[in-house]
Design a binder for this molecule. Structure first.
Ligand code: G3I
Length: 381
């Protein structure tokens, strides 16, 4: 008796090979995963859309997108249905946009902004100044020409998109208490070449280049006890207070929020609340900019991982969405088919299930908990 098509698809899907269902990131193609639908919510469980639930609270819900947006129809359709704001995982970073000094290539990034405009979505620019994803020539150029290199980049990029983006992450991940500085700034290539003033200078140039975009600092402290996480949150607030005190045009703070279900016991709700209260008191917008929940450190059991990931989403968003200054939530990817987490695989060689939709674009428990969190905080309820 031949092997049924369903059995073949189940086997293929379980091995991560999705065939007609679309191909995963290369990193995930060797990993195992549950067959399509095995842990998905029943059909019809992804309406109203997350964008609609957010919009009725005058908020955004969206996701970080990458190039399969233009080649995978099931992913594209899901993004269009569920998102009212987008951000690029990579295509608006320095290395992608300025491959050589003073030579800019906007072709790919333009496709993303065009797509968002075509579908009535807002767009976050990510990111103008970050010590990663920089071109190999940057260090030498900075040493030779100083801030002029940063200014040229910001004027070209923010100028090119002026009037089209809702916001820019002008500076990303510049606070790092672990580097031991009194100001808790990260000792990165910009600080070493230009001193701490590179941050305010970057915001000033971005304001001139695009008078309409909201200018954000994008922060990556983890809301867990231990390490220097609390000092990181404090360092971000201290930086924002210094900038605002000098009249620097900062309108928002992004909180990346890369969470881990295995750290649930260390969730530091008090510090998160403290941060939201302080940022709100500074008159800043708050955006959850890169939300995802790793299931690394959890057992292989897919149903258990999905439950614990969903619970982590809900607990974090229940705290977060209580603050009116929180203007929206973007997950760092929308479907497990295209999460970056599999670049560092789970030891059991099972694919990570960190996002609201599974590798077959079907809603998971996480998606239900995100929706429930928005519903629970419907400001006009
Ligand atoms: O697409 C190019 C390909 O054309 C080229 O041949 C290849 C050569 O290395 O690189 C490919 O680009 C990769 C890119 O992701 C495409 O997805 C880069 O190598 C790789 O470094 C890049 O990684 C991104 C990383 O930031 C560094 O930019 C991840 O996708 C992205 O998820 C990650 O996102 C960061 C946020 O920006 C900041 N917060 C943390 C977050 C997760 O690390």
């Amino acid at each position: 008796m031949g092997v049924s098509r369903r059995a073949v698809l189940r086997a293929a899907a379980a091995l991560g090979g999705l065939g007609a269902l679309g191909t995963r990131d290369p990193a995930a193609q060797e990993l195992r995963d549950a067959p399509c639908g095995e842990h998905a919510l029943p059909p019809g469980n992804d309406q109203p859309s997350l964008a609609a639930l957010a919009a009725r609270q005058n908020r955004f819900f969206g996701a970080a997108v990458k190039d399969p947006l233009f080649t995978d129809a099931s992913f594209r359709d899901l993004v269009i249905k569920q998102c009212n704001i987008l951000v690029c995982t990579y295509s608006m970073k320095w290395r992608s946009l300025e491959p050589e000094p003073g030579r800019f290539d906007f072709r790919l990034a333009d496709r993303y902004v065009d797509f968002a405009e075509e579908h009535g979505m807002a767009f976050r620019g990510h990111t103008l100044v970050w010590q990663k994803a920089t071109p190999p020539w940057l260090d030498d150029e900075l040493s030779a020409k100083g801030f002029a290199v940063v200014e040229r980049h910001i004027r070209a990029i923010a100028g090119h998109y002026a009037g089209r983006l809702r916001s820019w992450d002008v500076v990303n991940e510049a606070v790092w208490p672990e580097d031991g500085r009194a100001d808790r700034l990260r000792s990165n290539v910009f600080l070493e070449a230009l001193g701490p003033s590179y941050i305010e200078a970057a915001f000033a140039v971005a304001r001139e280049a695009d008078p309409t975009a909201l200018l954000y600092y994008n922060a990556n402290p983890a809301p867990y006890t231990g390490g220097q996480n609390r000092e990181h949150f404090e360092g971000v607030i201290a930086l924002l207070e210094r900038l605002l005190g000098r009249g620097v045009p900062v309108q928002g703070v992004g909180l990346q929020s890369h969470l881990a279900a295995a750290h649930a016991e260390k969730f530091d709700e008090a510090t998160l609340v403290w941060f939201y209260e302080r940022a709100s008191a500074l008159g800043l917008e708050i955006m959850i900019t890169e939300l995802d929940v790793s299931d690394k450190g959890l057992p292989t059991d897919v149903a258990l991982r999905d439950r614990l990931v969903a619970r982590t989403y809900r607990r974090f968003l229940d705290v977060t969405l209580a603050f009116p200054a929180v203007k929206g939530v973007l997950s760092w990817g929308l479907s497990d088919r295209f999460t970056g987490h599999n670049r560092w695989a789970r030891p059991d060689r099972w694919a990570v299930r960190a996002l609201p939709y599974d590798h077959c674009m079907q809603p998971k428990l996480a998606r239900r908990e995100i929706a429930e969190a928005f519903l629970a905080h419907d400001l006009d309820r």
